[in-house]
Design a protein around this ligand. Structure first.
Ligand SMILES: C[S@@+](CC[C@H](N)C(=O)[O-])C[C@H]1O[C@@H](n2cnc3c(N)ncnc32)[C@H](O)[C@@H]1O
Length: 241
């Protein structure tokens, strides 16, 4: 039996994982990790292999994974417990409902790896990295804190970049080029798959340079559907002759 992380409030379940309204309360870091070290957070961590590897490489840092699929969270926490890892916990939670689970300034880095592209137009609002999440991360990070994000879907990566750059709290540390070598040594499950098949990955690293201010922008989602994009490209080529 995996010990539940120490939270101030209980978590609610829902049948459809993408409709999960789980709200994470305040994480009691002293009770969960036995200390209050700097935190790194993986939003949509899936099976959690990235954090598992990173937690071993950085014993002075504590790690939290947010994941909306409960069986993945349970399996990942069981692995942590079996291995005796003390600086990592996975939380069953919808990161888009409320990310404020610790005081501002505690999280030094957020990761958003290969978020679901939600190709269907009616599912676009489920995308994790939206202006609201960018703002939540900006509110939680200290100045100098970072957001590292990557995707295998180019238009989605461009959208993620636009949402992060659009908040005003962040500046890109890797310029505007998205095809860059990976700056972080640990691999996620999706990243491992893409490396193995030599498939392109689009990456960005943002630093918080000022406190966020103003309204959170209404998202303008990009079309990520490969069939529709190919069709639009064919139509444009036909017009250009
Ligand atoms: C494509 S997978 C990538 C998993 C992992 N980051 C990787 O790179 O291997 C996206 C993950 O995000 C999770 N997810 C989607 N929406 C979420 C949300 N709002 N809050 C937390 N996790 C979410 C999904 O359940 C899924 O496990």
């Amino acid at each position: 039996m995996v010990a539940a992380p120490a939270m101030s409030r209980r978590i609610r379940k829902h049948a459809n994982p993408f409709n999960v309204q789980t709200v994470v309360g305040t994480l009691d870091r002293a009770a969960t990790f036995g200390r209050e070290a700097p935190l790194e957070v993986d939003v949509g961590c899936g099976e959690g292999g990235f954090l598992f590897e990173r937690a071993a490489n950085h014993p002075d840092v504590d790690f939290v994974g947010f994941e909306v699929r409960k069986p993945l969270v349970e399996k990942a926490n069981a692995r942590v417990q079996a291995a005796g890892v003390t600086n990592l916990v996975y939380l069953y939670a919808n990161a888009n409902v409320n990310l404020h689970f610790v005081a501002p300034g505690v999280v030094r880095r957020f990761f958003v790896h290969f978020p679901d592209p939600c190709f269907k137009k009616r599912h676009q609002k489920r995308r994790i990295l939206q202006p609201r999440l960018a703002r939540d991360m900006a509110e939680l990070l200290p100045i100098g804190g970072e957001v590292y994000a990557q995707s295998d879907v180019k238009p989605l990566a461009e959208e993620m970049y636009a949402f992060l750059a659009g908040d005003g709290a962040f500046e890109s540390k890797l310029g505007t080029e998205l095809r860059v070598p990976r700056p972080i040594p640990e691999l996620t499950e999706w990243e491992r798959h893409h490396e193995k098949h030599d498939e392109p990955v689009y990456r960005m690293l943002f630093e918080k340079v000022r406190e966020p201010s103003g309204e959170v922008a209404t998202p303008e989602f990009r079309d990520t559907d490969p069939a529709r994009l190919a069709e639009a490209e064919r139509a444009a080529e036909a017009v250009d002759g």
